[in-house]
Design a binder for this molecule. Sequence first.
Ligand SMILES: [Mg+2]
Length: 378
Amino acid sequence: MKIIDVKTTPLLVPYTRPYYWAQGVINGATVVLVEVHTDEGVVGYGESIGSPSPTSIAAYIQEAAKTCIGHNPFANARLMADAYQRLFQGLGTCSSPRFAGQVLAGLEMALWDVMGKATGQPVHALLGGAVRDEIHYFGFAQGESARDVAADATHLVEDGFDVIYFKVGRGDSLDLDTAKAVRDAIGPDIRMRVDPNEHWTPVQLARMARRLLPLDVEVIEQPTHCESISALAQVQRTSPIPISADQSVFTPFDAFDVCRQQAADMIVVGLHETGGLTRMSKVAHIAEAAGINVCLHGLYETGITTAASNQIAATIPNLDDANQHMTRFLEWDLVASPDLTPKNGSLPVLKAPGLGFEIDWAAVERSKQAFSQATQRL
Ligand SMILES: [Mg+2]
């Protein structure tokens, strides 16, 4: 089997409402749909995150695709290593391991989709097999005000989620008001996690952790600047609330450093950081050897990433019991089936061949037009 073509299509899926976090406001998921076509008619699908410019990301994926055309898709790991070396090491000035992960993730996912479809197996079966039947997610409460976030948290608990996560790092007073409002809304038995997205200094973390502790916050995610693992280690040693690393871990090398320095109690990481399923698995193994859990990260993504993440998550023994899920913010999904809405906070491990989903081509067309209209407005 040979790869004969790689297609890249920039898409925009609007959000149903603005998404508020410490770094600003997001209004939709901008992604690049990646299609890997083979000479045997098998087609695999994946997606890369399109920020800051989907057109540029698509151009980088096309550069990486040159390494794949004419080769067997089952040489996935070698093709991705070659693409990484050629684009991000061999050319010197492009040495950007984190950006490489974002670019290559969609292509790597699509290769796995081809491999699964060609063998009639779900991808997790090719990765050593599932060690679980379900993936559990937290309810991601969103909103501009404390009241909005608390109201959203109430709906999520009614839908069966038993862990609520929300964004902080938007100002101490708003953060504390939000945490109190959410705790009041969800009651004492629901677990609660907060994410300041790198917006707290060690001093601010100390102050906020003291105030959040009585509200029974179980994890503070990536409080300090992502580029300083030592700052994360510093707050991890002193915080009365467990700390997780998110933006500090993209590569297996980052994971090793975080684990070696005992800088986090958990690693939050996803396919768009690691560059796909193979390197996600490596990060999970390093965390497993350090005795800590991995929590699936979510970005401005569609159900394509949810399905691909589901496949790798199925194989990770040290997967956390509260992972991130992002499709609830989308006005429409690119996945026609299966339904990726968690029931009681869980999704089953997907069993269909490949990554386990069917594309909604009418939704792809709508997303193509939405991207084109947004580009014309700029
Ligand atoms: Mg985070």
